[in-house]
Design a binder for this molecule. Structure first.
Ligand code: PLP
Length: 402
């Protein structure tokens, strides 16, 4: 009976996309996690994002955000968003190409280009779309996209959409990058995260640029986790380079306390993307509140450099403390600290105990990291005090097995 029921489900799954989902083993994992109250995703937060957040009516110290500069609950950022809604309304109801470009979008693009030290910048509705659009528009089947094995999913997806040949390089292995570039016989775009979102480690950008230039390849560097935190006035690692990467991607959803993304580079390439990038042209423009909040956050990031310094020094304190306590720690170069747990269930159970003890962290499992390489991802912000960091280390060492 059971055998024949299974055969029926398998048969349905072969013919119907809904039944394929119903038969998918990953669904059972999620259901089991939810039933056991150890599902670490979609946790509803009942407050603004600050040093602490409210979960289930209780305050938790927040080590699981990307709010590196601590601006998501800043009065000046909130006031700017409010003013923009009052002046421009709640939404633009159209794409940038048609009716969705406000003066505010152009003001943000000009400020981003100046901050990031590039000729021009293009603002997208999400960082994900910025990567997707750039790769899919600039590259095609005659090109090669070369990237780190742990690059963000938006880079992977953009590469797939482009139809280009994809060459993957071992994580931060620049010798392998040089070797693989040396064997290519087609135009190449090298794409790399400057700081990796889960592990928090950084690439040696100067060396990467030396290698790519020697090979005659172009570069796109994803600064999602370095914009605001690293580089001159927080403008990202690329802004410090004498000869910068060809293109730089940034997002507003982390240090800049908002939502949206940017590609900055040479004007002619940026203007081509503005007209031809489908994930730019065929989606609605960023809402006024998001654009104004981003502008306010950039101005504060520049005027208050202590925020970037503090986000980095708290990360170093956290990484050093956890390392000294015997954990396999990664990152700490920007504001992300990873603790490798490897086993997914062990990572999830550690998350539950930490949350119960008032410490909010993130769990990275496949596909955010390779299979069997689960990680607890902690991030610091300019708002954390030394006492917060020490309390986190103390709680962590009591609850999480080495
Ligand atoms: C490295 C990296 N690139 C791109 C993105 C996409 O940015 P957004 O969240 O703004 O869509 C993220 C966000 O998680 C990221 O970590």
């Amino acid at each position: 009976m059971i055998g024949s029921e299974r055969a029926t489900v398998a048969d349905l799954a072969a013919r119907d996309v809904f039944w394929k989902v119903r038969a998918d083993a990953r669904r059972a994992d999620v259901d089991m996690g939810r039933r056991a109250d150890v599902f670490p995703y979609f946790v509803p937060v009942g407050s603004a994002l600050g040093r602490e957040v409210i979960v289930d009516g209780r305050p938790r110290l927040m080590f699981g955000s990307n709010n590196y500069l601590g601006l998501a609950d800043d009065d000046r950022v909130i006031e700017s968003a409010r003013d923009a809604v009052a002046r421009y309304g709640s939404g633009c109801t159209g794409s940038r190409l048609m009716n969705g470009t406000l003066e505010l979008h152009l003001e943000l693009e000009a400020e981003l280009a100046a901050w990031m030290r590039r000729e021009a910048a293009l603002v997208f509705t999400a960082g994900y779309l910025a990567n997707l659009a750039t790769l899919a528009t600039l590259c095609g089947p005659d090109d090669v996209i070369v990237g780190d094995a742990r690059n963000h999913a938006s880079i992977e997806d953009g590469a797939k959409l482009s139809g280009a040949r994809v060459v993957t390089v071992r994580h931060n292995d620049l010798d392998q990058l040089a070797a693989k570039l040396g064997r290519l016989d087609a135009p190449a775009l090298v794409v790399w995260d400057s700081v990796f979102s889960m592990e928090g480690d950084a690439v040696d950008l100067d060396r990467l640029l030396e290698i790519t230039r020697a090979a005659g390849a172009r570069t796109l560097i994803d600064e999602a986790h370095s914009l605001g935190v690293l580089g001159p006035h927080g403008a990202g690692v690329a802004a410090a380079c004498e000869l910068p990467p060809d293109l730089v991607m940034g997002t507003f959803s982390k240090s800049l306390a908002s939502c949206g993304g940017v590609i900055a580079g040479d004007r002619d390439v940026i203007e081509f993307l503005r007209v031809h990038a489908r994930p730019f042209v065929f989606t609605a423009s960023a809402v006024p509140a998001a654009v104004a909040a981003t502008l306010a956050a950039i101005r504060i990031a520049i005027a208050e450099p202590w925020r970037a310094t503090r986000a980095r020094s708290t990360a170093v304190r956290l990484a050093d403390g956890l390392r000294a306590a015997g954990y396999p720690v990664t990152g700490g170069e920007a504001a992300i600290v990873g603790v490798r747990v490897q086993d997914e269930w062990a990572a999830t159970l550690a998350w539950r105990s930490l949350m119960d003890a008032g410490i909010y962290v993130n769990v990275g499992v496949y596909p955010a990291v390779p299979r069997g390489d689960a990680i607890l991802r902690l991030s610091t912000t300019a708002q954390h005090t030394d006492a917060d960091i020490d309390h986190c280390i103390d709680t962590f060492t009591k609850l999480v097995p080495r």
